[in-house]
Write a protein that binds this ligand. Sequence first.
Ligand code: HEM
Ligand SMILES: *[C@@H]1O[C@H](CO)[C@@H](O)[C@H](O)[C@H]1NC(C)=O
Length: 477
Amino acid sequence: MLLFSLLLSLFFLLLLLLRSTARRQGRLPPGSLGLPFIGETLQLISAYKTENPEPFIDDRVARYGPVFTTHLFGEPTVFSADPETNRLILQNEGRLFESSYPGSISNLLGRHSLLLMRGSLHKRMHSLTMSFANNAIIRDHLLLDVDRLVRLNMESWSDRVLLMEESKKITFQLTVKQLMSFDPCEWTENLMKEYMLVIEGFFTIPLPIFSTTYRRAIKARGKVAEALSLVVRDRRREVEVGEIKNDMLAALLDEEGGGGGFSDEEIVDFMLALLVAGYETTSTIMTLAVKFLTEHPLALAQLKDEHEEIKAKRGENEALQWEDYKAMCFTQCVVNETLRVANIISGVFRRAMTDVTIKEGYTIPKGYKVFASLRGVHMDHHHFKDARAFNPWRWQGQQNGLGATSATNMFNPFGGGPRRCPGAELARVELSVFLHRLVTQFSWEATEQDKVVFFPTTRTQKRYPITIRRLKRGVEE
Ligand code: HEM
Ligand SMILES: *[C@@H]1O[C@H](CO)[C@@H](O)[C@H](O)[C@H]1NC(C)=O
C-alpha cells in the first residue's frame, strides 16, 4: 500500500514536471520522434538513397503540414519545408538561430572555417570571401580563368568521359587558382588526390567514429593542411620582400586578425573549407545539368542555338567576355532549373538560440535543432507548377511556373541571410561557361544509365559516363 501511494505520487510528480516543461516550451510542431536514439534517421537515409527521395518529406507534410518535428542524427529536430519559416530561420542568423553542424563535419573542416564561425568574425570573413567572388572580380579576372581551365581540360578529353570526374578537376583547379594563384601542375594534382579522401569523409555521416573512411579522411586532412601551410609560409616570405599577388591568400595575409594578423592555422582552415564548399557542389551541378539536358533534347537544342550564336559573334577561339555571359538568357533558365531540381545542398542546419514562435503558434524550444529544407520548398507543387519535372522554360518571363506569391522566398538554392553562399554567382558563371564550351565543341550520348543519389550530398553513382564526338563548326566531324 505504501509502495502504491509512493508510485502514485511519483506519477503525479512526473505529470506535473512534464506539464510545466510543456508550458514553458509552448507547443512543438506536430510529428513523430520515431525510434529512441536513431529516431527517423534511417527512414531519411533510405529515402535519400533512391531516385525519388521525396516520400520522406511528402508523407510528413501530408500528415503534419510543412513544419514538423522529427528526430535526426541523434537529436529531435524541427524540419521546415515552409518558405516563410525558412526565411525566418535564414534571416535571423545570429539573433534567433545559429549555424550548427555535426562534430564530424567540423573536425574535417577545421575550427576556423567560415561555415562554423560566428558573430562579428563571421561577418568580417563572409564579406572578405564575397569580395573575392563578387561580380567585378568575376568579370575582370575569374571569368577568364574559368574559360581557360574549362578549355584546357576539354582539350584532353578522349571519346569516353567520366563527366563527374572531369568537372571535379575543373572546379578544383579553379578554386586553387582563385585561392593562391597556382596553375594546374603536379603539385595541384597530388593535392587533389589527398583532398578527395577528405571529401569522402563527409559521406560517412552519421556514425563516423566507426568508419575507416572517416579515419582516412582525417589523416588526409592533415596532409592537405600541411601542404597548404607550406604555401602560406612561402607566401609570408614573398610578402616581406614586396611580392604581392592578387588572390584570396594575399587578402587573408593582409587582414588584421584578432591581434595583428591571422595565424597560419586559421588561414589554412579557412582555405581548406573554401575548397570543400566550392568543389563538390559546383562539379555536381555541372554533371547534373548535362544529365537533365541529355534527357530533354528540346531544351538542349535551344541551349545549343543560344551558344552557337554567341560563338558566331565572338569568333572561333576567342575568350568569353562578360557581355557574352550576360547574353546567355536561356542558359540562366537552365542553370536555375538545374539548381532547383538537383538541390545540391538540400537544406541547412541551425540551432534555436532562444524559444522562437513560428506560424500557427508553434514554438521551437531554445537549443532545438532546426533543418530548413530548401529542397522541400523547391519540390512542392504548391510553389512550383509540376514541381518534380525539369522544365527550364518555367523561368522565362515573370513568375512563369511559380505560384502567385513572390519568387524571392521560394527559390533559395544558395541559402539566404548572413550565411548566403558567397560563391553563388561564381558557381553560375562556372556552369554557364562549362555549358558553352561543351555544347559548341561536342555532341554526346550517355553511355550508361546513372542513378542520382541524394544522401549525404547529391552525387551520381557511376560518375556519369558519356561518349563524346568533337564538332567542327557546330556539325559532327
Ligand atoms: C552549385 C554550387 C553551390 C551551391 C548549391 C552552394 C550552396 C550553399 C548553401 C546553401 C550555403 C549556405 C549554408 C548555410 O547557410 O549553412 C552555402 C554556403 C557557403 N558556400 Fe556555397 N554553394 C555552391 C558553390 C560555392 C562556391 C563555388 C563557393 C566558393 C567560392 C562556395 C562557398 C561557400 C562558403 C564559404 C559558404 C559558407 C558561408 C557562411 O557560412 O557564411 N559555395 N553554399
Ligand atoms: C534565377 O534565379 C535567381 C534567384 O536566385 C533570379 O534572381 C533570376 O532572375 C533567375 N533567372 C531567371 C532567368 O529566371
